[in-house]
Ligand binder design. Structure first.
Ligand SMILES: O=C(O)CCC(=O)C(=O)O
Ligand SMILES: [Fe+2]
Length: 267
């Protein structure tokens, strides 16, 4: 790392490059608690049963109140409700601002909608097969901020291929014939991430990742949202459509709108 980094930044940057992710305590736990309460309240609306007591316990045990055939409707109800709150994306960003600024930059755009995953124990329908977002239209310059609303570990969490293993997987994908076959071959080498509530995960979506059948006795609830440097190259997901600038700096604003005058002599 260049000598221009301070020690804490250099450590974080090295960790992200080495492991493909960093997990940190939320910068602002009260923002995260506010989001968790909103989501539990929205789930309570859908179920016709307001959360009583600890939101985390309520969310962990949602499978006792909803069947697998209604879980996607529950998810859509909550996504719609959370994204209609004007404060949500700011609160989301606030949980990890310093980390994102170190890993991505301080001039950022953010995905317009925050996504939500809900995985009931034993529910095959919510399994998200192995993939890398960059294989289907995301720019390789994006990172994902993934935030659990309950404690996540093992099959209640997501897995990520460590960079060295991922390089081998991607180099041999064609010979494996399918991503699922590649996953089967490497399943003992991917890492299921342990992320307790109150922590946030920032990961490199160019690495193979996904989840498996939740074989724990609790429901998984997590959110994900993409960030990239505004001036970095875009793929299918465009600025203004999928992404929105959140910290555009004045010099860039001036540069983007400047028009060179024409038809004069500089002397
Ligand atoms: O939540 C998961 O298990 C996977 C999330 C994912 O694929 C993503 O955020 O890009
Ligand atoms: Fe993904």
């Amino acid at each position: 790392m260049s000598g221009f980094w301070n020690e804490a930044e250099a450590k974080l940057a090295e960790q992200f490059l080495r492991d493909g992710y960093v997990i940190q305590a939320a910068d602002d736990p009260s923002s995260l608690d506010r989001i968790q309460t909103l989501i539990a309240d929205l789930a309570g609306d859908f179920l016709g049963e307001p959360p009583s007591g600890d939101c985390r316990v309520f969310l962990d045990h949602v499978h006792q109140k909803v069947t697998a055939d209604r879980v996607n409707d529950l998810r859509l109800h909550v996504i719609q409700g959370m994204n209609s709150q004007a404060w949500l994306r700011h609160a989301y960003f606030t949980t990890a601002r310093r980390t994102i600024e170190t890993i991505v930059g301080n001039e950022l755009c953010m995905q317009r909608r925050v996504n939500l995953s809900v995985q009931l124990p034993g529910d095959e329908s919510s399994v998200l097969a192995s993939h890398a977002d960059v294989w289907s239209g995301d720019s390789p310059f994006e990172v994902v901020l993934w935030i659990p609303l309950v404690d996540c570990a093992g099959t209640k969490s997501m897995f990520l291929a460590p960079p060295a293993i991922d390089a081998e997987i991607q180099a041999r994908l064609a010979s494996h014939g399918s991503v699922e076959r590649a996953f089967s071959h490497y399943q003992d080498q991917v890492r299921f991430l342990d992320i307790p509530y109150g922590h946030v995960l920032l990961f490199n979506q160019n690495l193979m990742h996904g989840n498996r059948l939740n074989t724990t006795g609790e429901t998984r609830w997590s959110m994900n949202c993409r960030f990239k440097s505004i001036m970095s190259p875009y793929a299918d997901k465009k600025l203004g459509e999928f992404f929105e600038p959140i910290t555009l700096r004045p010099a860039t604003r001036l540069g983007m709108t400047y028009r060179l005058p024409e038809g004069f002599d500089e002397e």
